[in-house]
Design a binder for this molecule. Structure first.
Ligand SMILES: [Zn+2]
Ligand SMILES: [Zn+2]
Length: 313
């Protein structure tokens, strides 16, 4: 049913390094994962910094904007080319995605394309079906084997030098974001003292807590969206649709829809399937910042109707 999965050998440049195997659960690089784990530890800072509404707005703003960078940018654009945009706005999307501290756009897209190519087989880099829930949720990010970017899998975007630069220096956007939050907290502390915020508080809420919530809302799509929910389409993988996950991830929870037809910009195929990323992209298309938003073809809707009838019988 699903035409997105291939069982052919690993493409060039994707062979596992000597002495390791992609078919066994790869080793976790704890030392190399210290920055990733430290961001988690950084959440504790909110208990020391205290609360203010300014910090809460910074938390929500950085969460939603960067979630869109991941869902609308890294996922629907760089991984699936589900719509078109200009070169400068493509860079804006790449920067926004990178500010979420989930590595560079080429790294992210190459790994995600692997997931669709080998969904829920032993070659899938994150699948709860083969490697277990926690490995598919966050273990794979800490695995040494997944550190390099397979440029061969993203040749279409690797040709842009600015994207290669951002992919290599992926720490620049998150570090600058944390610095901007610190400066804004400092300015507010001086000029708006009744807002009762500070540089420390803005960084704790707007960077550390926001980044960790963003991490796990994104990661649920690799773990829970292959574990809980309903299956509209009998795809060869274990993808599922879940309203809860769609709300948490701004529309990515319609994962069974997405695995059935990954080329579609919208992942909620019907008006009642909430897909915030789709709404944002729609608005951006009115301003011609993005265009050619790809829809599921009528045959997919017909297939969905047939599956619905089968379920009723
Ligand atoms: Zn999936
Ligand atoms: Zn995808």
């Amino acid at each position: 049913m699903s035409s997105t999965r291939a069982k052919d050998p690993l493409p060039q440049g994707e062979a596992p390094p000597e002495g390791s195997s992609r078919f066994a659960r790869p080793k976790i690089d704890l030392w190399g994962s210290i920055p990733f784990l430290s961001v988690h530890l950084g959440c504790v800072l909110v208990f020391f910094s205290g609360f203010s509404w300014a910090a809460f707005v910074a938390f929500l703003g950085t969460l939603v904007a960067r979630m869109f960078g991941i869902t609308g940018g890294y996922h629907r654009y760089f991984s699936h080319r589900a719509y078109q945009t200009s070169r400068w706005f493509q860079f804006v999307l790449a920067w926004l995605g990178a500010s979420s501290a989930q590595m560079g756009p080429l790294w992210w897209a190459a790994h995600h394309r692997n997931h669709h190519r080998y969904s829920d087989t032993e070659r899938d880099i994150h699948t709860p079906a083969v490697q277990g829930f926690w490995y598919s949720h966050m273990g794979w990010i800490m695995a040494t084997i997944n550190e390099p970017t397979n440029l061969a899998a993203v040749r279409d975007f690797a040709k842009f030098p600015e994207l290669r630069f951002l992919n290599k220096h992926y720490m620049i956007p998150p570090v600058l974001l944390a610095a901007a939050l610190a400066v804004s907290g400092l300015v507010l502390d001086i000029h708006m003292p009744h807002w009762e915020t500070s540089a420390f508080q803005m960084v704790a809420w707007g960077f550390f807590l926001s980044t960790v919530v963003l991490y796990h809302c994104t990661f649920t799509i690799n773990s829970l969206a292959h574990t809980i929910g309903r299956r509209r389409f009998p795809t060869e993988d274990s993808s599922r649709n879940s309203l809860l996950l769609a709300v948490l991830s701004m529309g990515e929870g319609w994962h069974n829809n997405h695995h059935r037809y990954p080329a579609s910009e919208r992942q909620g195929f019907y008006w009642w399937e909430i897909d915030l990323t789709h709404y944002i992209l729609k608005v951006l298309s009115w301003f011609r910042l993005v265009w050619d938003l790809r829809e599921p073809p009528p045959s997919i809707y017909e297939e969905a109707r047939c599956q619905g009838r089968k379920t009723l019988r």
